[in-house]
Design a protein around this ligand. Structure first.
Ligand SMILES: Cc1ncc(COP(=O)(O)O)c(C=O)c1O
Length: 437
């Protein structure tokens, strides 16, 4: 019998024909972006911060240390438990893990996510409240794809997660920033911004907020501010998109309720993910919203769904209690890391920066004092093998404006012992940036 593997070897040279020549001639010198849509033409491929990566190893004699990406601890990923869960999925009879799984994702996993992540929700959501996506980034993309027309406005806190800014711009939305104070988004500024945009005839579709352990500032919005934001958005009839990528990672006690918990889901689309609590490489996240709103998003799903194999693995991981245990460990670990880095940096605070210590999440946000720039501190630190982004990366116009200069330090990924060394290197970078050499 002949199989396709018995076919005689074909030459790897392109087949010579008039058709091939015509194709080459037509496209060889044709700029690939010429046919791209307007949004793509106006964008770059994104920098390391926008992709949540840790940054290139700086050129230095010292071993590199990265405080760059919002990535979980390098040494505690639950590999054995994930492997065992995957084994159980593949050993089970039937082929369901290996065929398409539909638009919303594996129902039992959605139920588990609801039971864990929405445990304090007044409606006790079930699977129907969930659309599983390619991480939180995919959730934000699904929301933008379903609700934004080109030219619509999305209002975001500034600073904010740079990757989300790319997503909104990729849908040809206009992104308008509203400042924050220590309690969260500034409501007077938000109201005035909406007045101005409406007077200009703009359509405002979404307000994007990270109420809990905000990236990059680490701040948590107070309960009072959450209620104020909900009232304002309801009065203006603008949907709230709340991103809770880090909310389970609290150090001492749970944060205030989500906006969805406070409204019973009305007017709120909530984004969540396994990326920060397990591993960014999983690429499993979700939108949580009232079932009608989830159904409104299903038609804009064109990717044949996400991986049923990974959904089942995560379901196994959750039902065995592995997930709950892991999250509890991670809360302790990141609490320790945040304290270690903040204490090691304390001697440099007075001359060089102000910081509000976070009560959860992955980030320390240093507001630099007069005379220092985030770019200079970052560049001097890179000469010593230490990488992190300058704060201006997190502003829509790459300019911090009235907020002044800053840097973001992610303590999540390196081992705790390395954080003291990182603080020493950062101290040297502050001194050098202050002296200009
Ligand atoms: C606030 C925030 N939202 C969303 C994301 C994207 O997360 P995911 O890996 O789940 O797509 C990140 C990643 O850094 C983030 O910090």
């Amino acid at each position: 019998m002949t199989t396709r593997f018995d076919a005689p070897n074909q030459s790897l040279a392109p087949i010579s024909s008039r058709a091939a020549d015509a194709a080459r001639e037509a496209w060889d010198n044709f700029p690939a972006l010429y046919n791209a849509n307007t949004a793509t033409k106006g964008m770059t491929a994104g920098n390391m911060t926008e992709w949540g990566l840790s940054g290139a190893a700086p050129k230095s004699q010292l071993p590199p240390i990265s405080l760059g990406g919002g990535i979980p601890d390098a040494e505690t990923q639950p590999r054995a438990e994930l492997l065992a869960a995957m084994g159980r999925v593949l050993e089970a009879p039937g082929d369901a893990p290996l065929v398409y799984g539909g638009a919303q994702g594996y129902r039992p996993l959605r139920d588990e996510i609801a039971g864990y992540f929405a445990r304090n929700h007044p409606s006790q959501p079930t699977a129907d409240w969930y659309l599983l996506t390619n991480g939180a980034a995919g959730a934000i993309e699904s929301i933008c794809a379903s609700f934004l027309d080109p030219g619509d406005v999305v209002i975001t806190e500034i600073p904010t997660f740079a990757g989300s800014l790319r997503t909104m711009r990729g849908k040809q939305a206009t992104v308008i920033g509203v400042g924050m104070d220590d309690e969260g988004i500034n409501l007077d500024e938000l109201d005035a911004t909406i007045d101005r945009l409406e007077a200009d005839g703009r359509t405002i579709k979404l307000i994007y907020t990270q109420p809990t352990f905000h990236n990059p500032t680490g701040l948590t919005m107070t309960l009072e501010r959450r209620l104020g934001l909900i009232e304002l958005a309801a009065r203006r009839k603008i949907l709230l998109m709340e991103d809770h990528a880090y909310s389970e990672l609290y150090f001492d006690g749970p944060p205030p309720p989500t906006l969805s918990e406070l409204t019973d889901g009305w007017g709120v689309l909530t984004v969540g993910t396994f990326s920060k609590v397990i591993a960014t490489g999983l690429r499993v996240g979700w939108v949580q919203a009232r079932p009608d709103w989830i159904q409104a998003m299903v038609p804009a799903r064109f990717d044949m769904g996400n991986s049923p194999l990974l959904h089942r693995m995560l379901h196994e991981f959750m039902v065995r209690g592995n997930f709950r245990e892991h999250v509890e460990e991670m809360r302790k670990l990141y609490g320790l890391k945040a304290k270690t880095l903040a204490s090691a940096l304390e001697p440099y605070g007075e001359p060089y920066f102000d910081v509000t210590e976070p009560s959860g999440g992955f980030f320390l946000w240093l507001k630099l004092r007069e005379g220092l720039t985030g770019d200079a501190v970052r560049d001097f630190a890179a000469e010593d093998g230490l990488s992190f982004p300058s704060g201006n990366r997190f502003y829509p116009g790459n300019d911090a404006g009235n907020d002044g200069e800053s840097v973001r330090l992610a303590y999540s990924w390196p081992p705790a012992q390395k954080l003291e060394e990182a603080a020493d290197r950062l101290g040297r970078a502050f001194n050098r940036a202050a002296n200009g050499s």
